[in-house]
Design a binder for this molecule. Structure first.
Ligand code: NDP
Ligand SMILES: O=C(O)C1=N[C@H](C(=O)O)C[C@H](O)C1
Length: 248
C-alpha cells in the first residue's frame, strides 16, 4: 500500500531533502508540502497518513497538536523537547490511541549507534563530557542529540550505581564548563561550514575513549526518516528515539 505523506517545513535544510526522499520512495506518495504560513488543513484535505515534521522548536507543538488530533501519524526530528512538552503530547496521544508519533533526536544511523555505544560505555568510566558541533544557523543549544545522549549516559550511570562525577572547578567564567544535563557537561560549538558533529569523551585512570560521529550532508538523515514513516503507522503512541525501530 502506498503511504500518503506530507512534509511540514518543506523549504528548510532538512525538510527540502525529505521532500526529495519521499518523492523517490516507491512505497510513498508526497501529497502535501507545507512551509511557514501554510494552513494545516492542507494535511486533512490531502488525506495525509503520515506527516514528517521538520520545522522549529517554536512551531512543532502546534503542528503536532493539529496532526495528532486528526489521527495523522507524525515523524518529527524537530528539537526543543522538555519533559513538559513530552507530557503534553502524551496527553494528546492518549486521546487518539491509534495514532503513532516518532520523536527522533537524530535520524542518522551513525549518530544513533554512537548514542547506543555511549550508553554501553557509560558505566565503565568515571568522567564523561559531550561536545556537539553544528552549523551557525542552529536555533537551539545544546542540540537535541547531545541532550538525549547525556540523558542516556546519566541513566546508565545511575542504573550501574555510579556516583555523580565530581567537578573540582571553583573559579569559572559562566558557561566555561558547559550545560549540565543530568550531571553530564555538554558543550556546544557553532561554526560556519559544519553540519552536525558530536564527540562523547570518556575518561578514567590511564585511558580515554572518544566516540565521534560526523554528519556531512543532510542525505544521512533520510534512511532514518523513511524508516520512521514506514514503522510509525503500525506503532501507536509515543516512540522516543529511532533506535526502537532498528534491529540493534
Ligand atoms: N532529528 C534529526 O536528525 C535532525 C533534526 N533537525 C532539526 O530539524 C529542525 C529544522 O532544522 P533545519 O532544517 O536545519 O532548519 P531550517 O530553518 O533550515 O528549516 C526549518 C523550516 O521550517 C519552516 N517553518 C518554521 N515554522 C514553520 C511552521 N509553523 N510551519 C511550517 N514550516 C515552518 C521554516 O520556514 P522559514 O524558512 O520561513 O523560516 C524553514 O523552512 C531543527 O529543530 C533541527 O534541529 C535537523 C537535522 C536533523
Ligand atoms: O539542527 C541541526 O542541524 C540538527 N539538529 C538535530 C539536533 O539538534 O540534534 C540533529 C542533528 O544534530 C542536526
Amino acid at each position: 500500500m502506498t503511504l500518503r505523506v506530507a512534509v511540514i517545513g518543506a523549504n528548510g535544510r532538512i525538510g527540502s531533502e525529505a521532500v526529495k526522499a519521499v518523492e523517490a520512495a516507491p512505497d510513498m506518495e508526497l501529497v502535501a508540502a507545507l512551509g511557514r504560513g501554510s494552513d494545516l488543513t492542507e494535511l486533512t484535505d490531502a488525506g495525509v497518513q503520515v506527516a514528517v515534521e521538520l520545522t522549529h522548536p517554536d512551531a512543532v507543538m502546534g503542528n503536532l497538536d493539529y496532526a495528532l488530533h486528526h489521527g495523522i501519524h507524525v515523524v518529527t526530528g524537530t528539537t526543543g523537547w522538555t519533559d513538559e512538552r513530552l507530557a503534553t503530547v502524551g496527553g494528546w496521544l492518549a486521546g487518539s490511541p491509534a495514532t503513532g508519533l516518532l520523536i527522533a533526536p537524530n535520524f542518522s544511523i551513525g549518530a544513533v549507534l554512537g548514542m547506543q555505544f555511549a550508553q554501553k560505555a557509560a558505566k565503565y568510566f568515571e568522567s564523561v563530557e559531550v561536545v556537539e558541533l553544528h552549523h551557525d544557523r542552529k536555533a537551539d543549544a545544546p542540540s537535541g542529540t547531545a541532550t538525549r545522549t547525556a540523558q542516556l549516559i546519566a541513566a546508565a550511570r545511575k542504573d550501574a550505581g555510579r556516583a555523580p562525577q565530581q567537578d573540582p572547578t571553583t573559579h569559572e567564567l559562566p558557561g566555561a564548563r558547559g550545560a549540565d544535563v543530568d550531571g553530564v557537561p555538554v558543550h556546544a560549538v557553532r561554526l560556519r561550514g559544519l553540519l552536525a558533529h558530536q564527540e562523547i569523551l570518556f575518561g578514567d585512570t590511564g585511558e580515554t575513549l572518544t566516540i565521534r560521529h560526523d554528519s556531512l550532508h543532510h542525505s544521512c538523515f533520510m534512511p532514518g526518516i523513511l524508516l520512521g514513516v514506514r514503522k510509525v503507522v503500525d506503532t501507536p503512541g509515543l516512540t522516543l528515539g529511532l533506535e526502537h525501530f532498528l534491529d540493534l
